[in-house]
Design a protein. Structure first.
Length: 196
C-alpha cells in the first residue's frame, strides 16, 4: 500500500503515520519543502520509482507535494512545483495506487493548539485554520483517491482498508498496463536533469 498524508499542523499526520507503520510495518518518509536546487520530481517521485502495488512493500509519506502547493503563499515565496510537475507527481501516485489521506480538525481546535505553542509557531492559529481550507481545495483538484481523516474519530485501520482497496485496483490496472521506469514522471525527471 502507498499512503500520502497531507494537512495542516496539529491534525494528526505524524500520529497517523506512526500508527500505519505499527499496523503494516510501512516505511515512513517525512517530507517538507523540496531541497533548493533539486526539482520536485527528484524529491517526491524518484525515491519510489521501484514501488509496485500488490507487493508486501508499504510506503507512508508524512507530508508530500500538496503542502508545497499550499504553504508558499503563507511564507511569501513561490511554490517550487509548477502545474506540469504537479500533474506528473499526481499521475505517478495515481498509477501506483496511492491513497491521499486528508487530515482534518475542527478550526477552533486548530487555533487553540497552534496558539498554545506561541513562539514555536511561524503562523497564527487563524492562518493555520484558513490553510486547512486551501489544502481541501488543492486536494480536490487531484486525481488521487482521497479520504478524510479526523484524528480521534477515524480509525487508522479504516485508512489501511481503504489504502489496500486502492492498491488492489492499481494492481489490476498495472497487470493490463505494465509499470516500468518509463513513466511520465521518470521521463520528466530525466529531462530536468539533462535538458536538451
Amino acid at each position: 500500500m502507498f499512503v500520502l498524508i497531507e494537512g495542516v499542523d496539529r491534525t494528526g499526520k505524524s500520529t497517523l503515520a506512526a500508527e500505519l507503520q505499527r499496523l503494516t510495518d510501512a516505511d515512513v518518509h517525512h517530507f517538507s519543502a523540496p531541497v533548493p536546487g533539486n526539482n520536485a520530481l527528484q524529491e517526491y517521485v524518484e525515491p519510489f520509482l521501484d514501488y509496485r502495488p500488490g507487493t508486501d512493500r508499504h510506503v507512508v509519506l508524512d507530508r508530500g507535494h500538496i503542502g508545497e502547493l499550499v504553504w508558499p503563499r503563507y511564507f511569501g515565496r513561490s511554490s517550487l512545483i509548477d502545474p506540469p510537475t504537479k500533474a506528473a507527481i499526481d499521475g505517478f501516485l495515481f498509477q501506483r495506487g496511492a491513497l491521499l489521506v486528508s487530515t482534518w480538525r475542527d478550526k477552533d481546535e486548530i487555533r487553540e493548539a497552534v496558539n498554545a505553542d506561541g513562539a514555536n509557531q511561524l503562523l497564527t492559529g487563524d492562518e493555520v485554520a484558513e490553510a486547512q481550507n486551501v489544502f481541501a481545495r488543492v486536494i480536490l483538484a487531484t486525481d488521487i483517491a482521497t479520504i478524510r481523516y479526523e484524528h480521534g474519530v477515524t480509525e487508522p485501520e479504516m485508512v489501511v482498508l481503504c489504502a489496500k482497496a486502492v492498491e488492489s485496483w492499481a494492481e489490476g490496472f498495472t497487470r493490463r498496463i505494465p509499470l516500468d521506469v518509463e513513466t511520465r514522471a521518470a521521463r520528466a525527471a530525466e529531462r530536468l536533469r539533462h535538458p536538451a
